[in-house]
Ligand binder design. Structure first.
Ligand code: SAH
Length: 360
């Protein structure tokens, strides 16, 4: 039975499901879900991420992490956690770069948070032989709260499930996935949600306006912030999304073979994601007791921490690659490329007042 048919059967048995539940099944179903089964990332996959564009991205992130560690007095036994490490490229570049700080690497515990066993295998392959003490977990949990926590997440939060609410004459109704003539389709829940589900300030939304929230994302961000506030460390979250208050339109999107597709059409075959609400993540970080930096645009963040200088250095060393290095830099920081749409957000302990890359 196809994943679509299984979802339809589930809806027939239990009633309509939330967009969040649909996303979770479509992305992570162990048998037919997207991440466990598809070669998602890279030129031959459905989308290309920043670390796959250029090693410079991971180098910059690696230097940022080492700097944050040094600024906090080089604490012993740091832990480096990556959420959703994809093909392992970012972690490989971080570990290579962190060799500038042997004391950081010396007793570093590296934990990869990856839900898909297939992706875990790809990552293990890539990172074998790098000498780091690596382990894998399907989920972030409280066991990761016993050491200074240095955490990075690139294009992870956009994969976390969102719930959607639509403004109607009756109030805010949750958008559900249901079936019609054997196809999956969206329908509004008939009864509006109780007020607290939708934050204040949304009264101005027009009829038909959509509010998206990702309780999974904000709960995780708050958890990470709480550990960093208590034990030290730093988190760097990079993703595409909105920095200011979100508009009233939906952002759920499906991508297949580098093109947009229809989210409900073929669950398990297409990547599904939603814009990250950075204002909500920043608020979650503050609730967790961390100092919060940004969101800054990815373009400004990378430029501030020296990606252009790094590109020039690499170009001098490899004049033949100059053209590729220039175009990679442009893709990562150009305003009409990833520079503006993508954002960076950081957490640190409350005693920290400056973080590299985040101007005043
Ligand atoms: N950071 C990588 C990959 C981004 S794709 C890069 O920049 O290239 C998202 C990654 O998160 C994939 O590895 C996917 O399998 C994993 N993932 C998605 N949802 C997850 C979840 N809920 N828990 C853990 N891992 C998840």
């Amino acid at each position: 039975m196809s994943l679509k048919a299984r979802i339809a059967a589930l809806i027939e048995a239990q009633g309509p499901m939330s967009v969040a539940q649909f996303m979770t099944i479509a992305l992570l179903d162990p048998k037919d879900g997207y991440y466990p089964n598809r070669q998602a990332i890279g030129a031959g996959g459905d989308f290309t991420t920043a670390p796959e564009i250029s090693q410079m991205f991971g180098e910059m992130v690696g230097l940022w992490l080492v700097q944050a560690w040094a600024d906090q007095g080089s604490p012993k036994n740091p832990r480096l956690v990556e959420l959703g490490p994809g093909r392992g490229t970012l972690m490989a570049d971080i570990l290579r770069t962190a060799a500038v700080a042997p004391d950081f690497l010396a007793d570093l515990d590296v934990v990869m948070i990856e839900a898909s066993p297939a992706m875990q295998a790809v990552q293990a392959d890539k990172l074998r032989g790098l000498g780091a003490d690596l382990s894998w977990q399907a989920q972030f949990d409280d066991h990761l709260g016993d050491r200074p926590l240095f955490l990075v997440a690139n294009e992870f939060f956009d994969a976390l499930p969102v719930r959607q609410y639509v403004k109607t004459e009756r109030g805010w109704c949750e958008r559900m996935v249901t079936t019609k003539d054997g196809e999956l389709t969206f329908a509004l829940a008939p009864v509006p949600v109780p007020k607290p589900a939708v934050p204040h300030g949304l009264e101005a939304a027009p009829d038909g306006g959509v509010y998206e929230s990702s309780p999974a994302a904000t709960a995780l961000a708050e958890h990470v912030a709480r550990i960093i506030a208590a034990k030290g460390g730093a988190a760097l979250i990079l993703d595409y999304g909105y920095g200011e208050a979100a508009g009233f339109s939906e952002t759920l999107q499906a991508v297949s073979g580098h093109r947009f597709a229809e989210a409900l059409y073929d669950p398990g075959q297409d990547d599904i994601s939603a814009h990250v609400d950075f204002a909500a993540l920043a608020a979650a970080g503050k609730r967790g007791g961390a100092a919060v930096f940004g969101p800054a645009t990815q373009g400004l963040f990378l430029a501030n921490i020296g990606i252009t200088e790094r590109a020039e250095q690499l170009m001098k060393a490899n004049p033949d690659s100059a053209r590729d290095l220039l175009s990679a830099t442009e893709r990562l920081i150009g305003n009409d490329q990833m520079g503006l749409l993508f954002k960076a957000l950081a957490f640190a302990p409350p005693s920290i007042s400056d973080m590299a890359g985040f101007a005043g």
